[in-house]
Design a protein around this ligand. Structure first.
Ligand code: ASP
Length: 330
């Protein structure tokens, strides 16, 4: 029996248009409606019942926590219906990994949710969007995708939302999980899984954003030679309840930054040590005495994903011990 898949459009290059077929770099994102994208892949009707819904029409650089909350509410509502078997979300690639990880933590269903984007606009010669969308729909319609958390499908690969990242500004194989690897591939409309997400997600997640209209403010501070705490202090002045420090090496910091962050933590702001390095675990109590300073470490989460987990954690607690537990589990 054919599955019922809803495709939610949010914008991005997958819905973008340029002035000619050879133009792949100068174009406008978020022009075509989700129904036009579905129209481009008539083959899809042979395998699923598909309906389109437009939630936003933006370049994903303009994604906001407000839109995330609306998207999560709509996905949860659709998946609660026995008339919907899975969801595909079309999205710009710049922040796709963030939206995917956010949904991975707040969707209360085992049913497949797949995010998809494209590196080339629809008008480009050899556009990647139509095949990526076709693959994403086949992934969302496949029973093997049930219970695997929110997935990301681009360039014939299946990725875990916790680990996937955009690795290249323009190439079509930009979406990878360089640290821990793809979950699998899609070939001939069939997903092949080789690994499973090991961390808590979706139905096993403790995060619930129903009824929430905004998320606590968390800013990211970048580590570099001779950096000072002024940006961190300005962020706190502007209302940040948590800071992610994208540190040097193993989340390391200069003495100057350390003093600044210790002082900020004493004001009740949660400090998470992440890293600007693209892979590896940030070691708790390594070169930095996290127990003594009440810092949290991000495990292997990138700074932008650590920010999402911290925002959700801060909805219920600002206790660094409890928040550290969450970083080990999600
Ligand atoms: N700026 C675009 C966006 O994120 C890039 C893309 O979709 O590839 O919406």
């Amino acid at each position: 029996m054919k599955k019922n898949i809803v495709i939610i459009g949010t914008g991005g290059t997958i819905a973008g248009k340029a002035s000619s077929a050879t133009e792949t770099l100068h174009y406008t994102s978020a022009i075509l409606s989700v129904n036009s994208l579905i129209h481009e892949i008539p083959e899809i009707h042979k395998i699923v019942h598909v309906t389109g819904e437009q939630l936003s029409q933006i370049d994903s650089c303009d994604m906001t926590c407000g839109i995330w909350l609306q998207l999560a509410a709509r996905v949860n509502e659709l998946l609660a219906s026995n008339k919907v078997d899975g969801i595909v979300i079309t999205h710009g690639t710049d922040t796709l990994e963030e939206t995917a990880y956010f949904l991975n933590l707040v969707i209360q269903s085992q049913k497949p949710v797949v995010l998809v984007g494209a590196m080339r606009p629809v008008t480009a010669m050899s556009a990647d969007g139509p095949m990526n969308l076709y693959n994403a729909v086949t992934l969302a319609a496949n029973d093997k995708s049930i219970g695997k958390g929110v997935l990301v499908a681009l360039n014939d690969t299946v990725n875990c939302s916790r680990e996937v990242t955009k690795t290249n500004t323009m190439l079509q194989d930009s979406f990878q999980a360089p640290d821990l690897g793809y979950l699998g591939y899609i070939q001939g409309g069939i997903p092949y899984f080789y690994r499973l997400p090991a961390r808590r997600h979706t139905l096993c997640s403790e995060f619930d954003c129903r009824g929430i209209t905004d998320l606590p403010k968390v800013e990211i501070i970048y580590g570099y030679v001779d950096s000072s705490p002024i940006i961190a202090e300005a962020a706190v002045k502007a209302g940040a309840k948590g800071l992610i420090y994208a540190g040097l090496g193993n989340g390391n910091m200069s003495q100057d930054i350390r003093k600044g962050l210790i002082n900020i933590e004493k004001q009740g702001v949660v400090i998470v040590r992440s890293t600007r390095v693209s892979s590896g675990i940030v070691t708790r109590n390594g070169a930095v005495h996290d127990d003594e300073y009440h810092f949290v470490v991000s495990d292997t989460l990138s700074p932008q994903k650590a920010r999402i987990l911290l925002m959700l954690a801060l909805l219920t607690t600002n206790d660094p011990v409890e928040i550290q537990r969450m970083f080990w589990e999600y």
